[in-house]
Design a protein around this ligand. Structure first.
Ligand SMILES: [Zn+2]
Ligand SMILES: [Zn+2]
Length: 261
């Protein structure tokens, strides 16, 4: 067992180069796994690029969720009811089956290399926006969970995104105090209650944060309660504006529809 752990540590410390060897990008589509040539954008095959539900038409003015054409207001149903702490949210795709599968592999199957491809998509999404974040901060994972999984998917995305944006990456600034229950099993209200006090800023990091605009990074946006809880902790510690970028966001629920997650 010890030997195995050591070997794993050595392999992990080789980082992306090692992951690139096991899961070479630009050979297999990151969504369906079919072989592709290396000219495909984001390592997605032509079919999958059409299957993903891109946020390139109407989106919520506040959180960035995709709005249906038949939906009247400029805010999604969540943002009509909830005042957010963060300034504005942006997302790349809606969370449907294909997106869920990609994120599942990023989270649970050690395919951290996927993060770089998704960050490229997130970077292109941000390029069209006129905002000026100073630092990039991932939504943190509780240390216990981190030890178990070996990496935080939001950090994987954030690190790559910061590189693309040429902005400082602050991976240790924000931390998670409380271990929160698996969010997928909770309703919106319970989720909000559960997460509200879950984050704080390291006291030594407060100088790096004062007056700065923050780009908060996560893999998925649902009701915004995680983003708001992080944004509140960042603001209390002196941050100026907090923007949120996620790879995917849940659908806007029209009246009468049930909770999706
Ligand atoms: Zn594909
Ligand atoms: Zn919204």
């Amino acid at each position: 067992m010890k030997r195995f752990l050591k070997l794993w540590w050595i392999l992990s410390s080789l980082g992306e180069g090692f992951l690139e060897l096991i899961y070479p990008s630009n050979i297999y589509c990151i969504s369906c796994g079919n072989i592709i040539d290396d000219s495909r954008p984001y390592s997605l095959c032509d079919t999958c690029i059409r299957t993903l539900k891109w946020a390139n038409e109407r989106t919520c003015d506040r959180c960035g969720k995709i709005l249906q054409e038949s939906y009247g207001p400029d805010l999604c149903s969540d943002c009509i009811e909830t005042e957010h702490v963060f300034e504005k949210g942006y997302t790349c795709v809606e969370y449907t089956a294909a997106e869920r599968d990609i994120l599942h592999r990023l989270k649970y199957k050690n395919q951290a290399y996927l993060g770089r491809k998704l960050a490229e998509i997130m970077y292109d999404r941000m390029k069209t926006e006129d905002i000026k974040p100073d630092i990039v901060v991932p939504v943190p994972m509780h240390v216990k969970k981190y030890r178990k999984r070996g990496y935080n998917q939001a950090a994987v995305l954030g690190k790559s995104l910061a590189k693309f944006m040429e902005k400082p990456y602050e991976g240790k600034l924000l931390f998670r105090i409380a271990e929160t229950e698996a969010m997928s099993s909770l309703g919106a209200l319970a989720r909000k209650e559960n997460i509200r006090q879950a984050f704080d800023v390291h006291i030594d990091s407060k100088n790096n944060l004062a007056g700065k605009n923050v780009m908060l990074v996560d893999d998925i946006y649902t009701t915004g309660s995680t983003a708001d809880a992080c944004a509140a902790a960042l603001q209390v510690a002196g941050a100026a504006k907090i923007y949120v970028i996620t790879f995917a966001a849940g659908a806007n629920l029209m009246k009468g529809e049930g909770e999706l997650f």
